[in-house]
Write a protein that binds this ligand. Structure first.
Ligand SMILES: Cc1cc2nc3c(=O)[nH]c(=O)nc-3n(C[C@H](O)[C@H](O)[C@H](O)COP(=O)(O)O)c2cc1C
Length: 360
């Protein structure tokens, strides 16, 4: 159904950000009106015990999550939860409110089933999002685990980045089930340098000190990109191990334009199908190096087969962004139904048995 109307939707919104705003508005509305909420859930929800896992002490009813950047500031969580997601990640949130880059800043590459974006962490800042979460989460009865993705504000210098991350972490700590340190978006100048050993150690040790002082120790993950060369990945893994990091998200968007059909000079991060294979290979590599570290796999997932590929490569959970734009809101259910069929076909009793069977 969505595929039939997709050309109309794409045509009506030549700036994809308008379509995104409309979709967010709709999900916000549906998620907050009880009868509509029931209908949405009845249409999209799917439950099967074989898909559930407990990771970091958190129950995930299925492995399909909303990727960072879609609901940056927690505006439509109940609406997204009703689509059947196993978890939702909000952010990237920065210490300071900031407008992001000038529009247009999202571009569709339809022939490649891809997007390029250079949003630049547009968000209202940690204080405003904390206030919203305070009211939303108390009201939400259809609770799914919430990840909170934090980043550096544009105005903060690199050598002060650790203080920025710590500020947002402290402000948002009570609201998140897990946290993500985003050091891999290509659209904040210098951000990716924070993947270097000394910067990253600084950031993570600050967060560690804080969570050590709290009653509940919440999981902290690092989100990385496939553009890192192999020796740099090993350095990053070493820092993560030294700093007791609980997991990795692989991958953010890429700066590479390899293999694109569409000719484009737009700057920004590429997501969608051209990223799929590379992110799967990167997951296999990391899983081989640190078999016990949970990975959230993301990049070019448009079907159950794509999700299963990431899970077999070593991802315990997966996330979608661009696939949702091209395949529509039914994608979450389609992936979960398809995963159950793959588990049955391959003789796995549950999803955790399939994790990493293809890793190197
Ligand atoms: C428009 C857009 C905005 C994004 N914003 C963020 C963000 O704020 N923080 C983040 O960690 N990732 C962000 N991402 C990256 C996605 O979370 C994901 O890592 C990437 O798009 C690859 O997955 P996909 O191929 O399913 O889209 C963004 C992606 C897109 C397309």
């Amino acid at each position: 159904m969505y595929k039939l109307i997709r050309p109309l939707i794409f045509k009506a919104s030549s700036d994809p950000e308008n379509m995104h705003r409309a979709m967010m508005g709709l999900l916000h509305m549906v998620g907050n009106v009880k009868p509509l909420s029931y209908i949405e859930r009845a249409m999209f929800d799917f439950t099967d015990e074989r898909l559930s896992q407990n990771i970091w002490g958190i129950n995930f009813k299925n492995p399909v999550g909303l990727a960072g950047g879609f609901d940056k500031q927690a505006e439509a969580l109940p609406g997204f939860a009703n689509l059947g997601f196993g978890f939702l990640e909000i952010g990237t949130i920065t210490r300071h409110a900031q407008p992001g880059n000038p529009r247009p800043r999202i571009f569709r590459l339809e022939n490649d089933h891809a997007l390029i974006n250079r949003m630049g962490f547009n968000n209202e800042g940690a204080d405003a999002v904390a206030a919203r979460l305070n009211s939303t989460l108390l009201l939400s009865r259809n609770k799914v685990p919430i990840g909170i993705n934090i980043g550096k504000s544009k105005i903060t210098e690199l050598n002060k980045a650790a203080g920025d991350y710590l500020y947002s972490f402290e402000k948002l700590y009570e609201f998140g089930d897990y946290f993500v340190v985003n050091v891999s978006s290509p659209n904040t100048p210098g951000l990716r340098q924070l993947q270097d050993k000394s910067y990253l150690t600084d950031i993570l040790s600050g967060l560690n000190n804080y969570r050590g002082s709290q009653k509940i120790r919440k999981p902290v993950l690092v989100k990385t990109a496939v553009d890192l060369a192999l020796p740099a990945i090993d350095d990053l893994l070493q820092v993560c191990s030294d700093q007791h990091i609980d997991g990795l998200i692989i991958s953010n968007t890429t700066l590479s334009r390899d293999g694109l059909i569409t000719k484009t000079n737009e700057a920004g991060g590429l997501s969608g199908q051209p990223l799929r294979k590379k992110s799967t290979e990167y997951i296999k590599h990391v899983r081989g190096r640190v078999p016990g570290l949970p990975i959230i796999g993301v990049g070019g997932i448009f079907s159950a087969a794509d999700a299963y590929e990431k899970i077999k490569a070593g991802a315990s959970l997966i996330q979608i962004y661009t696939g949702l734009i091209y395949e529509g809101p039914g994608l979450v259910k389609k992936i979960n139904q398809g995963l159950v069929k793959f588990l049955e076909r391959d003789g796995f009793k549950d999803i955790s048995e399939a994790v990493g069977v293809d890793a190197w």
